[in-house]
Each structure stands twice: as C-alpha cells, then as structure tokens.
Ligand binder design. Structure first.
Ligand SMILES: *[C@@H]1O[C@H](CO)[C@@H](O)[C@H](O)[C@H]1NC(C)=O
Ligand SMILES: *[C@@H]1O[C@H](CO)[C@@H](O)[C@H](O)[C@H]1NC(C)=O
Ligand SMILES: *[C@@H]1O[C@H](CO)[C@@H](O)[C@H](O)[C@H]1NC(C)=O
Ligand SMILES: *[C@@H]1O[C@H](CO)[C@@H](O)[C@H](O)[C@H]1NC(C)=O
Ligand SMILES: *[C@@H]1O[C@H](CO)[C@@H](O)[C@H](O)[C@H]1NC(C)=O
Ligand SMILES: *[C@@H]1O[C@H](CO)[C@@H](O)[C@H](O)[C@H]1NC(C)=O
Length: 495
C-alpha cells in the first residue's frame, strides 16, 4: 500500500532522475490518484500493474551496474522453506549475459531464502535487503564436493575434498556482495556436531569463498553461524571487506571471521566479530603444498576491527603461512575477552616467512597473552613435511597498546636454531589481572628491542630508553588498496 511518504517522494524527485520521468511520471500520477482514492476510503487492490511500487536503493561499491533484477523474477520464494538453489544459479547464469554491458545486480528482497551453494559471475553484484536472510541448506548430501586447495594439499577437516562454499566464485573479476546489513545464516549447528562426532566425510563449507579473482568487495552484511570459516578470499587481489558483522557461538569450531589467504592488496575495515576462532586469520598455504604453490599474502590492511573470541586471537598470522606473509598493517584494533592480540603461529616444516608486520593502536580488555608468538604450532598437513623447512619470522612491530586484566603480557617462542628477529615493541601499558601469572614475560629464541613497555619486558628485548617510545615502525604512506574509492550507486527497484 502507498503511504504518506510516497506522496512526499513525488514532490522531491531530483533533477538527475529526469531520464526516468516518462514512465515514472505516469506511475507517480497514478499513485497520486491512488493516494486520493485511499484517503477517501476507496478499495484500490485491483488497480493495474503499473501501480507496482518502486523505490530506490543506494550504496557504495567498486562499480555500479547497468542492469538489476530480483531473485523473485527467477522463481525465488523467500518463505524459509522453498529451496532456492536453482533460482539463484539461474539468476546468476542469466545475468552473466550483461557482463559486457554494464554488469548486473541481483536484488534479494526481505524474506528467508533457503538455498544450497551457488556460484557467482563477473561484473556482478549480489545485494541483500536489510531483512533478507540467505539460509544455508542443512541437507549435507546436497553440497557439491570440490578439490582441496592446491596450497593446502588436503582438506582441513578430512583428507579429501571440501564441500563447496555457500556463496562461491572462481576466476572472476569485479564482484560485489553487499546489502543494507542483510544476513547470511550458515545454520552451522549441524556441521559443528558432525565435526565434533568426527562424522564428516569432507571438509566443512565456508560461507563465502572467492578464488583466483580480482577486484572484490564484500560489505555491509551480517554473517551468522557459519559451518566453518566465514569469508575466505584466496589466490585473489584487490579486495575490500567493509562493514561486516560476524557472529557465531564462542565455542563453535573453526568459525574464523575473515581469512585472507595468498591474497595481494586487501583492505579489511569496520568489522565486528564474535566467534569461536581467530577473528582475522591471515594465511598462505600449508607445509610442502604451500611452499610449492609459493603465493604469499601481502599488502594487507586491517583497521577498525572489534573482536570477541575467548579461545583465539584478534588477528592470527598463520598457522598456514608457507607461501609467506609480508607487509601487513593492523590499526585501531579493539579486543575484549579474547585470548591474544596479534598472534604469529608457525612450525618447523612450514617454511615461508612472516615479515614486515606493523601493528599500531590496540585497546585490549581481558586477555591471556597480549603478545603471543608460537614457533611449535605443529598441525601438519601430513607426515611428508620437510623438517628443514624453517619459517623466517622477521620485522614484527607493535606500538601504542593499552591492555587491562591480562594474565600474561607476552609469550614469545621462536624455534631453536631459527630465532625470530627484529621484534619491536613500544609504548605499551599492560594492566595485569588480579590472578596474573608470576612472570609476565616468557621469551625463547627471539631477538628485538622495546621502549616504554610496562611491565618490564624479558632480557632478550632490551629497553632502549623512554626517548625511543615512538621507535617501532608504522609506515606513513598509503597502501595501494587504501586509495581505491567506492562509487555511489543507485537503483530503482520495482516489486
Ligand atoms: C555501509 O553502511 C554504512 C552505514 O549505513 C555506510 O556509511 C557505508 O557507506 C556503507 N558501505 C558500503 C560499502 O555500502
Ligand atoms: C560452481 O563452481 C565449481 C568450481 O568451479 C564447480 O565445480 C561447480 O560445478 C559449479 N556449480 C555450478 C552450478 O555451476
Ligand atoms: C582459474 O585460474 C587459475 C589460476 O590462474 C587457473 O589455474 C585455472 O585453470 C582457472 N580455472 C578456470 C576454470 O578457468
Ligand atoms: C547489522 O546487524 C547486526 C545484527 O543484527 C547488528 O549487530 C549490527 O549492529 C548491524 N550493523 C549496522 C551497521 O547496522
Ligand atoms: C602511546 O599510546 C597511546 C595510546 O595507545 C597514544 O594515545 C599515545 O599517543 C602514544 N604515545 C606516543 C608517544 O606515540
Ligand atoms: C578479568 O579476567 C578474568 C579472567 O582472567 C575474568 O574472569 C574477569 O571477569 C575479568 N574482570 C573484569 C573486570 O573484566
């Protein structure tokens, strides 16, 4: 039904909409009549189709599209019961024909849209209305199985293949998944139970996985109860992840928030995560498979992240880091009731490197270890890892950290014969918990320096004096991905 605000909208059609005026004028004129009819109480249910309402959707994106269609036009039914897998796949297939003609948007209106996995296409936007929920099908047998990732050699839950992700894309360019904070619900409970009972034949699906792709945006969405990882960009570049809320029970297995994996130029910002595993886990392949694939994660920016994850890290680097991790900046990180801040996890056999890591501005509350570096993480893909493949951990900078209610300031463990070097920690104030451990720092096989750190660090991180409080690097020039600006897109949606 038309409401009073529709009447007002007629009066304020902006001049740039003039090209729509021909049709719109007729429709708006009829609407006016309807408003008048409605006011005088006349039944108007049977007025012609031209009265379908239309409204505008506006948001920011890496590119705007020339065409837009609703999932309902492809037979989608948002009743929470009808399975929409075919409707989604048909919609994407049909809309892919516009790739060379301005691209297309698939609009998902309010409703509960039960679906199995579907694949995306290039020059494509998936947009979820604020009350739209994509509900992942719980019929495990209906999930296609794909090969393990080449840089992992194995699935992570089971040695063979992996269930394909709910929203999947490979070999694409220019893809946007966004919404007015619409929801993707993985209904993960069943998968978590199967995992705990060791009944899984294959590795659990992720909510969103984008592989071998370039120019990707995932924004303004809420992701809940993923079967496993939430967002997994892998072998991809030029990625913007923005304004995402991720929620899963804090005890749910492997519900990592965002896992950039062998990716270049990634910007992750304005993110809120409560989960059962690392909020952001930076990766690049596993042991001998990752070493031979040889694709690092580099030029990564993470800023304005809020994390709650009592059994994991706000940001983890590894443990799968065999292709290398380099040039990562993390800024303005808030973690509450989280096991550790920015943690490095690695092991003998991983090879690869973690270097040029810059962290600035962390506010932490209730934490086991503010700084945690683990050289003996174990967890191997198989027994064929090379015992001589030692990781290089070098140039790790942390500054401007305030933490409260902490059990241990730091637990820094390198590898014997392979010390982790160039660790710099400055301007850090850690308030210890009432029941804190007796020795706030433990350090083995690490080398570095500190300044202005409370409580007093271990002897292998000598204090350089208070005048060096700003010494740990945080580069000032923008990263390439910071310079990417989003465009304002607007669409007329009819229903
Ligand atoms: C996400 O939503 C916020 C607040 O509604 C808005 O400011 C921002 O531009 C949106 N981002 C994108 C990428 O649409
Ligand atoms: C989706 O992509 C995967 C991997 O390329 C492929 O195995 C699967 O058949 C595709 N699904 C459809 C419906 O095209
Ligand atoms: C996708 O890209 C990868 C890496 O470039 C390539 O190895 C693979 O064959 C491509 N797959 C398809 C289906 O084009
Ligand atoms: C998006 O929805 C989630 C879950 O309802 C909520 O917690 C969050 O604050 C919302 N975000 C925005 C920007 O409205
Ligand atoms: C030290 O850190 C605090 C809070 O993290 C920040 O406000 C302050 O500017 C920093 N001091 C210097 C000298 O950088
Ligand atoms: C401090 O941390 C402990 C766990 O180590 C927790 O039980 C307690 O509630 C926290 N106190 C505050 C004031 O947050």
């Amino acid at each position: 039904m038309l409401k009073r605000k529709d009447f007002v909208k007629v009066m304020i059609i902006p001049p740039q909409k003039i090209q729509f005026m021909e049709i719109e004028l007729v429709k708006e004129a009829v609407k006016l009549v309807v408003v008048i009819l409605a006011v005088v109480g006349i039944e108007c249910r049977k007025l012609p189709r031209i009265l379908e309402e239309s409204f505008e959707v506006e948001y920011s994106a890496i590119s705007c599209r020339g065409h837009s269609a609703s999932i309902e036009e492809f037979g989608g039914v948002g009743d929470g019961e009808t399975l929409n897998t075919k409707a989604f796949q048909e919609a994407v297939n049909q809309l892919s024909q516009y790739a060379a003609d301005g691209g297309a948007q698939l609009y998902v209106p309010a409703g509960k849209w039960l679906t199995g996995s579907f694949n995306l296409t290039s020059h494509f936007t998936l947009y979820l209305h604020k009350d739209a929920v994509l509900l992942a099908s719980q019929d495990i047998d209906s999930w296609p199985v794909v090969d393990p990732l080449p840089s992992y050699g194995h699935g992570r839950d089971a040695p063979g293949g992996r269930y394909i992700s709910l929203v999947f894309g490979t070999n694409l360019t220019d893809v946007v998944i966004t919404g007015d904070n619409g929801t993707i619900d993985g209904q993960g409970e069943l998968w978590w139970q199967q995992f705990h009972k060791k009944k899984l034949k294959y590795t659990r699906p992720y909510l969103i996985e984008i592989m071998h792709s370039d120019t990707i945006q995932i924004s303004n969405l809420t992701l809940v109860n993923s079967p496993s990882w939430n967002v997994h960009p892998v072998y991809s570049s030029n990625i913007i992840l923005q304004g995402i809320t991720i929620i899963a029970p804090i005890t749910s297995p492997n519900t990592d928030g965002i896992n950039p994996d062998s990716c270049t130029n990634t910007r992750i910002e304005d993110i809120y995560i409560v989960s059962g595993d690392d909020c952001v886990a930076v990766k690049s392949g596993w042991d001998e498979y990752g070493i031979s694939y040889g694709m690092p994660t580099k030029q990564l920016l993470i800023r304005r992240l809020t994390c709650i994850s009592p059994y994991s890290a706000a940001i983890a680097l590894g443990s799968e880091m065999s292709g290398g991790i380099q040039n990562v900046r993390a800024q303005d990180i808030v973690a509450i009731n989280t096991e550790s801040g920015v943690r490095i996890k690695t092991a003998v056999g991983r090879g690869g490197f973690v270097k040029d890591i810059y962290v600035k501005g962390m506010t932490l509350h209730t934490m086991k270890w503010v700084f945690w570096i683990t050289g003996n993480y174990g967890s191997h893909a198989d027994n064929h890892y090379d015992p001589n493949a030692l990781p290089v951990i070098q140039g790790i900078n942390y500054r401007d950290v305030v933490a409260e209610n902490v059990s241990m300031a730091a637990r820094l463990e390198g590898i014997s014969g392979d010390p982790f070097t160039g660790i710099c920690i400055s301007n850090v104030t850690i308030g210890m918990a009432k029941k804190a451990k007796k020795y706030p720092w433990t350090c083995t096989d690490i080398e570095g320096i500190t300044s202005g750190v409370v409580p007093t660090p271990c002897a292998s991180l000598p204090d350089q004096g208070p005048e060096k409080i700003e010494m740990c690097d945080f580069p000032t020039e923008n990263m390439e991905i910071e310079n990417v600006e989003l465009q304002r897109c607007s669409y007329q949606i009819r229903y």
